[in-house]
Structures are given as C-alpha cells and as structure tokens.
Design a protein around this ligand. Structure first.
Ligand code: TC6
Length: 303
C-alpha cells in the first residue's frame, strides 16, 4: 500500500477474485446505447454492468442480479473484479454505484449462500464479502452510491463503503443494518463502518433494534447525504461526484486513507478469525433455523 502522491492505496491481491469466478462472462465489452468511441463502450459481467465515460473519468456501475441484487458469491466476485479493473485504469477517478433492478438497491447477503450450506462454502462466501468491503472501503476512487431502492443489511454496507450516498425519496426504500431481526449479528467491521458514519450512540440503538430507516430519518441520522426525488438520484449523484472530483486526487486519497485505514486494518489483522467466527456462528443449528424461517417468510410474503 504505497502512499506516495497520486499512488493508489487499495490493497492488492487480498484474494484472487478470478479464482472465485464460476461461469461468469466478465470482461465482455459492448457498445453503449448511442454508440461512440472507447469512452462510450460499456463492459462488465453478467451481474455488474459498467458504463464508463472516459471524458469525465466517471463510470456508472450497475448491480443487476435480479430480483433483489442479493449478494451472491458470483455478484461479490464480479463486483471486486469490475472495481479492480476501474482502479487499474488511470482514466477513471470515480464510480457511481447504482442498481439495475427496480425498487431494490441491494437486499444484502444472499441468504441462500449461508443457509443449508457446508462450512467450507460459508467460509468462501464470507471471505468474498470481506474482500469487497476492503476494496470498496479503501478504494482510491471516489465512490458515490445512487441508492434507487431498498437498501437493507449488506446493501447498506455497500452503500456505507462509498464516500457519499444519495437516496431516492420513497418511503419503501429503507436503509440500515437489520441483522438482529434475522437472529444474526453484524461483525465488528460492519459495526465500525456504522459507527464511523452515524456515531456510537445512534449505531448502538440502530444495531440492537435492527432499524431500517425511511429516507427522511436516514438523512437525519446521517446514513445518507442527500434525499432527492427518484428521477433526480442519478443527476444528483453526478453533481456530488463533481464536487468530490474538484479536490486534487492525491490530497483526497491520502485523507480518505487516513480516515479509514485503522478500521480496515482491524479486519486485515484478524481476517481468518473473523471468518471462523462467522462460519461457526451461522452454521449453528439454531441460526440455520432462524435463517430458514426468515427466507420462508420472504418467499411467502411475495405471494
Ligand atoms: C452477518 C452479516 C451481515 C450481513 C447480513 C445480511 O445482509 S443478511 C440479509 C438481510 N436482508 C434482508 O433482510 C432483506 C430481505 N429482503 C427484503 O426485505 C425484500 O426482498 C426487499 C425489500 C429487499 C425487496 O422486496 P420485494 O418485494 O421487491 O422482493 P421480495 O421480498 O418479493 O423478494 C423477491 C425474491 O427475492 C428473495 N430474496 C429477498 N431477499 C433475499 C436475500 N437477502 N437473500 C436471498 N433471497 C432473497 C425472496 O425470497 C424472493 O424469492 P422468490 O420468492 O422469488 O424465490
């Protein structure tokens, strides 16, 4: 992690994301609607669509893992690879992260990845979640979350890993860490991310209660930076991006690193132990039962 002026500090080779790819189509490049030169070409994978604009140095990254952008192992892996690709391309200075699925930004962990699975699978999955958080939290790029749908649990963490959040003003688009309501516990690094964003007391309360905040409350508590009408989420995210990009990269990057490094280092120091804790916890019979019941409730709710 070199910290010289302008040098990117995101940790490299924390994992080998390619090794996790199973049957994905990452790397596909296709002309964006409207055509154009290289700057208008979009690329991505089955579950992550990247629309780069070389002229502005900003790429829009869209999650598209229908129906609810649950963070499957494949989605986590494809996100890490897309992020790495943009980090390594000096053309880009910022990413706007948004959803391609209607009404949902991201439903959080894909519960089918940790329910009824063996410990080895849960461990592989958790490492991929850690990896994405580390990459996003320490990214040298400006990340703006354009939250155009519901944003619970792991979805909230993805948003909180960004530098700035714009939420659509729709009472159904609630955001927060609701883990306790599923009978599970946010690990320390999710808790730290929450505390770093909204402070200790508000986190203590919201984490225990599993609070999901509607837009006005999310703004009030500081979980998001702006709440705007749904049709203005993208344009507001672009304006926010311009504000962040007006700052010289090296000064902003080093400041970001100064603010976030201790939190990320805490996980880096105990990644294996954190994985073991997670696996032994979610593989307990009682937790598996809670997760199964929650999934069943979600499936029935649909009907
Ligand atoms: C400890 C670690 C920290 C992190 C913890 C977490 O993230 S824990 C995660 C905490 N996350 C939550 O508590 C969020 C739970 N989800 C929700 O609250 C809602 O789905 C919604 C508000 C996101 C969208 O509402 P909507 O009315 O637009 O959609 P809908 O409700 O009709 O669902 C459509 C389909 O998607 C399915 N499915 C949904 N979520 C998940 C999932 N996470 N996984 C897998 N599947 C999921 C659902 O079963 C249904 O499947 P079916 O029947 O088609 O086979």
């Amino acid at each position: 992690m070199a910290l010289a002026s302008g040098v990117r500090f995101a940790p490299r080779a924390l994992l080998r994301p390619w090794a996790l790819l199973r049957g994905t189509t990452l790397g596909r490049t296709e002309p964006a609607a409207g055509g154009g030169g290289d700057g208008a070409r979009r690329f991505g994978s089955q579950r992550v669509l990247v629309e780069p604009d070389a002229a502005s140095g900003v790429a829009v990254m869209k999650l598209r893992n229908p129906p609810v952008n649950a963070l499957s192992l494949e989605l986590l892996t494809e996100l890490v690879i897309s992020l790495e690709k943009l980090e390594n391309d000096k053309t880009f200075r910022g990413i706007i992260l948004t959803s391609d699925c209607p009404r949902v930004f991201c439903a959080g962990l894909d519960l089918t990845e940790i329910c009824g699975r063996n410990p080895a699978h849960c461990a592989e999955y958790w490492k991929a979640m850690q990896e994405l958080w580390l990459r996003m939290y320490l990214s040298s790029l400006v990340l703006v979350a354009a939250i155009n749908g519901a944003c619970p649990a792991g979805g909230c963490i993805i948003a909180l890993s960004c530098d700035c959040r714009v939420l659509a003003d729709n009472p159904k688009y609630r955001i927060g860490l609701n883990e306790t309501l599923l009978g599970i516990i946010a690990p320390f690094w999710l808790k730290d991310t929450y505390v770093n964003t909204i402070g200790h007391r508000a986190s203590e309360q919201a984490l225990q209660l599993g609070s999901l905040f509607p837009p006005a409350e999310a703004l009030q508590v500081g979980l998001v930076d702006q709440v705007v009408p749904e049709d203005q989420v993208q344009s507001t995210a672009l304006s926010e991006m311009a504000r962040w990009l007006a700052v010289p990269d090296h000064a902003r990057q080093l400041t970001k690193n100064m603010m976030r490094k201790a939190t990320a280092d805490r996980l880096l120091r105990q990644r294996d132990a954190d994985t073991q804790n997670f696996v032994s916890f979610v593989c307990r019979d009682s937790i598996q039962k809670s997760l199964q019941a929650y999934l069943e409730k979600l499936r029935q709710r649909k009907g």
